[in-house]
Write a protein that binds this ligand. Structure first.
Ligand SMILES: *Cc1c(COP(=O)(O)O)cnc(C)c1O
Length: 399
């Protein structure tokens, strides 16, 4: 059996390579940050990390982590309910809940686990879950783990959603599920309309704010703050500690106290998986208190995003409009996109091209992600490289 499986795996790999879908991993030989060293010794500027607030190797974060390591040790070697809960885990849950104006919050090893564990305790065959067609893979998997009716509505299409809610008829519970920000386009879910439908049809609204918590909204509380629905009782927020919030790892769900309490009793990735390292828990709690004190980092990120988006538009690139630090630069052609990403790396700018099946056919693009750690100088350097390479490849619009 094993022999056959190995042959099959080799054939699958060949097929992946032949179709140009093989994912190679570039090795970084320095801490994660804006200026990184690649394994071949090249120094480049990183424009493709989820390091939105520049905290992944920020001196203040590293110092907090050192302190936490000395004070609390390295690992927990236990699930939460046996002997895996320390003061920092409770402090972090409190900090997340307070930051997001929720009654309570619960930690997971990753947002993938949070999304994998947030549906099954609540929803069964008598319920219906409505999910945006572009939702993150972990939401799709989490919904699959339930026996609820699953209805996928067209991307951000409130009319299609309402139609599907009506069509489904009477059920016990309903949930509307969406990413707060969609990672390929940097576009926002229409939260006010989704909340209106949630109220009208008595549904829970679940928002995965992985690409928003810490920096979207006037004080960085994410898409619910941006759209004025923060603190709503029927809102459940899931998120990651692995992007803006230090970038180590960890996920959470925040919402009404009874829902969070039930997750502690029934959510399988919480019950049957190791506790977060106390180093991560204590450091993340410190990060939340920092973000609650000052909007300095999200303000700088906003400024950087504006500088980069305006510069690219001026140069004649076609970008998806918006204001999120995810900036999709549309090239449409998959081969051209790869060529452009490689040419930019030669110029010392590390970006990644995305093509089918990650994005729809004919929608190939370079996706840039800005960071608060980029300086105006870094961004000017990137813009100059984009302009030079763009002109050479003939992708700039002519005025
Ligand atoms: C990155 C991401 C996740 C996964 O988060 P991890 O903590 O890395 O598991 C989940 N949902 C969305 C929308 C994401 O962008």
């Amino acid at each position: 059996m094993a022999f056959g499986l190995i042959q099959w795996a080799e054939a699958q790999l060949a097929e992946i390579r032949d179709s140009g879908l093989y994912k190679k991993e570039r090795v970084i030989d320095s801490p994660q940050g804006v200026e990184i060293t690649l394994a071949d010794g090249r120094r480049v500027l990183n424009f493709c990390a989820n390091n939105y607030l520049g905290l992944a190797s920020h001196p203040r974060v590293v110092a907090a982590a050192h302190h936490a390591l000395e004070r609390w040790g390295y690992g927990m070697a236990s699930v939460r309910f046996i002997c895996g809960t320390q003061t920092p885990h409770k402090a972090l849950e409190r900090a997340i809940a307070d930051f997001l104006h929720c009654e309570d919050a619960i930690l997971y090893a990753a947002c993938f686990d949070a999304n994998g564990g947030v549906f099954e305790p609540f929803f069964g065959p008598e319920d219906a879950i409505f999910s945006d067609e572009l939702n993150h893979a972990s939401l799709i998997d989490g919904i699959r783990l339930t026996k609820a009716r699953r209805l996928v509505y067209r991307h951000c299409d409130v009319e299609d959603l309402e139609h599907k809610i009506i069509e489904t008829g009477s059920v016990r519970f309903r949930a509307i599920v969406t990413d707060g920000v969609f990672s390929m386009d940097g576009d926002y879910a229409p939260l006010p309309e989704l909340m209106r439908l949630a109220e009208q049809y008595d549904a829970l609204l679940i928002v995965d704010d992985s690409h928003a918590t810490g920096f979207v909204g006037p004080t960085g509380r994410g898409t619910p703050e941006r759209f004025g629905i923060l603190g709503a009782q029927r809102l459940l927020i899931t998120g990651t500690l692995g992007k803006a919030l230090g970038g180590a790892m960890g996920g959470f769900v925040a919402g009404a106290a009874p829902l969070i309490e039930l997750l502690r009793q029934r959510s399988r990735p919480y019950l049957f998986s190791n506790s977060l390292s106390p180093v991560v828990a204590a450091t993340a709690a410190e990060i939340f208190s920092w973000l609650a004190d000052t909007t300095e980092l999200r303000d700088r990120l906003e400024q950087n995003t504006r500088q980069f988006r305006e510069g690219l538009s001026r140069a004649g690139f076609q970008i998806k409009p918006g204001d999120h630090p995810i900036v999709p630069i549309m090239l449409y052609d998959a081969v051209l996109t790869q060529e452009m990403a490689e040419a930019l790396l030669e110029e010392g700018i590390y970006v990644v091209g995305f093509s089918y099946p990650v994005v729809p056919r004919g929608q190939a693009r370079i996706r840039v992600q800005l960071s608060a750690a980029h300086t105006a100088e870094h961004i000017a350097q990137a813009l100059a490289a984009f302009e030079k390479v763009g002109a050479r490849l003939g992708v700039l619009a002519k005025f």
